[in-house]
Write a new protein. Structure first.
Lengths: 281, 340
């Protein structure tokens, strides 16, 4: 067997090991590669910076634990930024598991901001059920929040939550941020809250979904967007808070370099094989 | 780690992670067990949530146990439709399930079609051509502090205000990357439209040093001793206001021609890419001649788009691996701390 044949028939388990090493080594021994922020993340950051203390923001938890590695770090960075600006967070969820993830975020934030009070500074509204795409859920949240969720996730009635005083629907608040891993998620918020009621929407989504939301950024329907773990890392850089987003970027870079090298190698081998067949023929 | 449940959960997650990844070596009972466990728990959790949040809270309680509120008897309709849908499982009367399915499809279509039409088609068409316009290079500050050449005029008093505004630039608190974001610009009194007018090379939501240099150039002009003389000479009709035509003679912002050309290039690329991509999917005409060339160009745009999408998908999968590895490393780090 010559070198060409060996490389063409490389055992896939060798590739798995190389991929494992390219991820584990930078995680254990970080290099601290610089992270360049991009316009969608910067626009997001800049918009939240224009909000005043006491302004209310909705942070919609539209993802599940399967997307946690990508979306949870950006949720932490966004919540940190909002609480640092002394904004108040209302947290609805369009996915059934969303409230549990929201509770995790608020639990972590209470460690960094001990003065935060549930019901005054933040509220976990709970899961709002409905068909896919979230259109009917978003419509009810925008127009009549009390009807959509008469009680919060703990069963506290709407009228007993000070943060919700004066809030008839989400169309009355400054910004809705949707952390999305599929349907329902960002499309529902953009199609109803933004298109119908002019609510400003910011989005964070998994990298798989990110390409489908870039048209929304370009058209101005999203004021900012964070795509995948990279987006989380950018936002952590902007707010100056180290998290799993930044921690994972070295590993991401090395894994991508490995994939690029493998793709280049495969293409070179393909053309060499064709050339060899020509010479033999 | 807060308590025994967190610690146990952490190690169960690590064990199950290794079980799943063991499939990469070969199929084995550990992988099969974990796969079935994952599917079973997911299904069970969703059944429990839907039963509690939808069936009990939104159907049975308002219908049969409303408490202080009156019974909502209208809910018998969705209850009846839901039972009809389950009749799909009975072959002899499975036809009954078509009615509630038709109802669901029809109402969903009715609700979503207008929303989708507006946000995914009309606004996207608008966005495709929004950069494909020649921005006038003349800049005005209107009476309401909006900016842009809208066939309006600017008075001498507003010019003085503009000069004062230029004096405040650049603000001291620049962004970390040496740029001015919208927030800092707003603090210095620069409104959004003026910001967007300057943010053209490239339009990235922040004013770079080059873009701020435009303001510096303008300020230098305002600082010239013969500025008032220029304004007086530019006001041809003597109405103490400068019209677009009168301002143009001053060539204050002539340096922006290059910047406008760049913005137009992006716009042209958008229009060509979208048009050619759509032409590719038009199969009522043979793809020959000019039409065929446009179609082929559309394929190239589509391939670039698919490549970018594939790259994002690869990034997503690696991110999930990184997430799991972070949890595994954390678990062993915790163990090391306990032992040593």
């Amino acid at each position: 067997m010559n070198l060409l044949q060996i490389l063409q028939n490389i055992d896939r388990r060798i590739i798995y090991v190389l991929m494992f090493l390219s991820v584990i080594v930078p995680l254990v021994k970080p290099l601290g590669l610089p992270i360049q922020t991009t316009a969608p993340a910067e626009n997001f950051y800049d918009y939240i910076e224009t909000l005043k203390p006491g302004d209310k923001v909705a942070l919609s938890f539209d993802y599940d634990p399967a997307s946690r590695p990508e979306v949870h770090p950006m949720a932490l960075a966004l919540a940190y930024h909002c609480f640092r600006k002394k904004l108040k967070i209302i947290a609805p969820s369009l996915w059934p598991v969303g409230p549990s993830l929201a509770a995790e975020i608020f639990h972590d934030m209470k460690k960094e901001f001990p003065h935060l009070k549930y019901g005054v500074d933040f509220v976990n509204l709970g899961y709002i059920s409905g068909p896919t795409q979230g259109v009917s859920q978003v419509e009810s949240l925008c127009t009549d929040l009390k009807d959509a969720r008469p009680v919060d996730v703990h069963g506290t009635p709407y009228d007993e939550l000070p943060i919700l005083k004066g809030v008839k629907g989400l169309k009355d608040i400054r910004l809705v941020i949707s952390l999305s891993a599929g349907d329902p998620g960002i499309p529902g918020w953009v199609q109803i809250a933004n298109a119908r009621y002019g609510v400003k929407i910011g989005g964070g989504a998994t990298a798989v979904q990110a390409p489908q939301f870039y048209p929304y950024i370009q058209s101005g329907q999203l004021i900012g967007f964070l795509g995948g773990l990279r987006g989380a890392a950018e936002y952590e850089t902007l707010v100056g808070r180290k998290g799993t987003g930044m921690a994972g970027m070295d590993a991401q870079s090395f894994a991508h370099i490995l994939i690029i090298l493998l793709i280049v190698m495969a293409n070179v081998l393909f053309f060499l094989e064709k050339q060899q067949a020509k010479w033999k023929g | 780690m807060d308590n025994i449940f967190d610690i146990t959960g952490m190690w169960v997650a690590v064990f199950l992670t290794f079980c799943i990844y063991s499939f990469l070596f070969k199929d084995n009972p550990f992988y099969k067990f974990t796969e079935h466990l994952f599917i079973g728990i997911s299904a069970g959790y969703w059944v429990a949530r839907y039963t509690q949040d939808i069936l009990i809270q939104k159907l049975f309680n308002p219908l049969f146990f409303p408490g202080n509120k009156p019974h909502d008897w209208w809910l018998f309709i969705p209850l009846f439709l839901g039972i009809m849908m389950l009749l799909k499982l009975v072959p002899r009367i499975s036809w009954a399930s078509r009615w509630p399915i038709a109802f669901v499809v029809g109402t969903t279509l009715g609700i979503t079609i207008i929303a989708s039409l507006q946000s995914d088609i009309l606004m996207q068409v608008q966005a495709t051509i929004k950069d494909f316009q020649m921005k006038p290079y003349v800049l005005f500050i209107g009476a309401d502090k909006t900016v842009g050449n809208q066939n309006g005029k600017v008075s001498l008093q507003e010019l003085d205000q503009f000069k004062k505004l230029l004096g405040q630039f650049p603000p001291k608190d620049l962004d970390k990357n040496g740029k001015i974001g919208m927030a800092e610009a707003a603090k210095a009194g620069l409104d959004e439209r003026f910001f967007k007018f300057l943010d053209t090379s490239p339009p990235d939501g922040a004013l770079s040093q080059a873009e701020m240099a435009e303001l510096t150039a303008a300020r230098q002009f305002f600082d010239k001793p013969d500025f008032k003389e220029f304004i007086a000479s530019a006001d041809h009709d003597g109405d103490k206001e400068i019209s677009p035509a009168e301002w143009r003679t001053g060539h204050l912002f002539s340096g922006k021609w290059y910047v406008l050309t760049q913005a137009c290039f992006n716009g042209i690329l958008f229009v060509i890419g979208v048009s050619c991509g759509l032409i590719y999917f038009f199969f009522s005409k043979e793809h020959t001649g000019v039409f065929g060339m446009a179609s082929r160009l559309g394929i190239y745009f589509l391939m670039i788009c698919f490549g970018a999408s594939f790259g994002y998908t690869v990034m997503a999968r690696i991110s999930l691996l990184i997430g799991r590895m972070i949890d595994v490393i954390f678990a062993f780090h915790w163990l090391g701390q306990q032992l040593f």
